[in-house]
Design a protein around this ligand. Structure first.
Ligand code: SF4
Ligand code: SF4
Length: 238
């Protein structure tokens, strides 16, 4: 577990904030948070919205702006925005402004808030519900405190659903796939795993039609991805 994640878990009770609690923050548009960033991870929904907005295919968007790799500990395909230039700026930063503001990745839209899923130990760790979502508020060391918001208001103005079904489903599927991959990788060869990862990557991130509703397509693709994962597991069971 990386140090940042460990510190977050250790301090969760101090930094978590309820939907109707308030926090003070006002973005002064300095653009600093869009530079020296190597950690802007995109979900399939982020990709769908960004590529649709820019009117290019999702595959082209990934080639042009992203890096794809298999997560070292999660063992699922991950896509991150690839920073550019000496100051490692986000490819969508223009001056000090975001050029894709209306469809920016959720991790950017939520800032300075973050969110995670917590479940009690009696529950299966791949079954989440929207009530397991926890918001966190850490000092961003930027902007000023001239405005006060509730978390709910912040989500609404940032176009992030208060009850974000996709976030819950996405975390559930990556947990389920990750658990199986950890088990199977001990037995399967690289060629088999690479074939699996290629198919999984296409299903989870790329196989979408802009003319159809995103969540409906995600549900269908996630079902195929789980079936693919189940078959992989079966091949190496016993
Ligand atoms: S997408 Fe926009 S808000 Fe997010 S890092 Fe890039 S420029 Fe900044
Ligand atoms: S969120 Fe903070 S770092 Fe980013 S532009 Fe606003 S004030 Fe600057």
């Amino acid at each position: 577990m990386d140090n940042r994640l460990k510190s977050l878990i250790d301090n969760l009770d101090k930094i978590k904030i309820g939907l109707d609690n308030t926090f003070k923050f006002n973005c002064t548009m300095c653009g600093k948070c869009c530079k020296n960033r190597e950690d802007i991870l995109l979900t399939p929904r982020d990709l769908f919205l960004l590529a649709k907005h820019l009117d290019i295919l999702i595959g082209e968007f990934i080639k042009k702006y992203c890096e794809a790799y298999i997560g070292g500990s999660s063992r699922i395909p991950i896509i991150r925005l690839l920073p550019t230039g000496i100051d490692k700026r986000c490819p969508f930063l223009r001056g000090t402004r975001c050029s894709v503001n209306s469809v920016k990745p959720v991790v950017c839209a939520l800032f300075p808030l973050g969110r995670c899923l917590t479940i009690d130990s009696s529950k299966n760790r791949t079954e989440f519900t929207v009530s397991d979502v926890v918001y966190i508020n850490q000092d961003p060391h930027c902007g000023d405190n001239r405005k006060t918001h509730t978390v709910r208001e912040w989500l609404e103005t940032s176009n992030v659903p208060v009850k974000d079904e996709f976030f819950v489903k996405w975390n559930s599927i990556i947990s389920q796939v990750g658990i199986t991959v950890h088990e199977v990788e001990k037995k399967a060869d690289d060629e088999r795993m690479n074939r699996f990862f290629d198919l999984l990557f296409g299903l989870l991130y790329v196989a979408y039609d802009f003319k159809e509703d995103f969540l409906t397509q995600f549900d269908r693709n996630a079902k195929f991805a789980l079936e693919l994962t189940r078959r992989l597991k079966e091949e190496y069971d016993g």
